[in-house]
Design a protein around this ligand. Structure first.
Ligand code: NDP
Length: 246
């Protein structure tokens, strides 16, 4: 039996891309899923697809930038399934631009979704995981959490922050049997680049994404981290397209 079977897994950003692929992968391995994002039509379709294939999933329309909504998401998991085994903090946005263009709204959005959203997720599940004396928090960072490129400055700042937060979490909760994993993808074919409005950057990024890999590749690495025995923590993985140099 897979170590994923019967695990209760909350996934943020489940309405597309990596989150959706992860939901499908984990459902096929018997996880009980709690799906979160803002687009209800997408969540509804995904829930139906999972249920049609014999899997279990509930969803809640959730904005990760709301501390209250993240708390309610964790409460839903407890109400429906009685425990929380894994949180996949995956929701993220990437409206790249050069700093001099002062796209302040985009800076704020990235900080709110990519950093505060991750923190609110951790805050929402930690009390339960500490009480259970078990749990696993998986934070999706990026190659941009390791490498800073011109035009990706703010995004890279948020993804470096995700890695710092994950490492602090690991140290703080190691004694409570709570695992922490950082997933750092390279170019993955999703909707992520749609939010880039800076036309000085878009063509270059589209070029990089020509070699993008499928979101299912990242979903498999997340499943791999979850299915390790409880005393084994995969703390960090970088997954790039083979052809991606940077
Ligand atoms: P997508 O754009 O396909 O998915 C992003 C997800 O985040 C969507 O489900 C979206 O749902 C959700 N989301 C965005 N804002 C919010 C919000 N305020 N509240 C709740 N959910 C939100 O991109 P990916 O699948 O690629 O992105 C997933 C993660 O992977 C992100 O953290 C991204 O930074 C990271 N990543 C992606 C890479 C790539 O090349 N694709 C590379 C490295 C990292 P909705 O709009 O319905 O709310």
């Amino acid at each position: 039996m897979s170590n994923i079977q019967e695990k209760v897994v909350i996934i943020t950003g489940a309405s597309s891309g990596i989150g959706e692929a992860t939901a499908r992968e984990l459902a096929s391995k018997g996880a009980k899923l709690v799906l979160a994002a803002r687009r209800e039509d997408r969540l509804n379709k995904l829930q139906e697809a999972i249920q049609t294939n014999g899997g279990q999933a509930v969803y809640k329309v959730t904005d990760v930038t709301s501390h209250e909504q993240m708390e309610e998401l964790a409460e839903l998991a407890l109400k429906e399934f009685g425990k929380i085994d894994v949180l996949v903090n995956n929701a993220g946005v990437m409206p790249h631009s050069f700093l001099y263009k002062k796209k302040v709204d985009d800076w704020n959005k990235m900080i709110d979704v990519n950093i505060k959203g991750v923190l609110y997720g951790i805050g929402a599940v930690l009390p339960t995981m500490r009480e259970q004396k078990s749990g696993h928090i998986i934070n999706v960072s990026s190659v941009a959490g390791h490498v800073v490129g011109a035009g990706s400055t703010v995004y890279a700042g948020t993804k470096h922050a995700v890695r710092a937060i994950s490492e602090g979490l690991r140290k703080e909760e190691a004694g409570n049997n709570i695992r922490s994993t950082i997933i750092s993808p390279g170019a993955v074919a999703t909707e992520l680049t749609n939010s880039i409005t800076d036309m000085d950057l878009k063509p270059g990024i589209d070029k990089i994404y020509e070699g993008a890999i499928d979101a299912s590749s990242i979903a498999r690495t997340i499943a791999f981290a979850i299915e390790q025995p409880a005393d084994v923590a995969i703390n960090e993985m970088i997954i790039r397209p083979t052809s991606q140099e940077r």
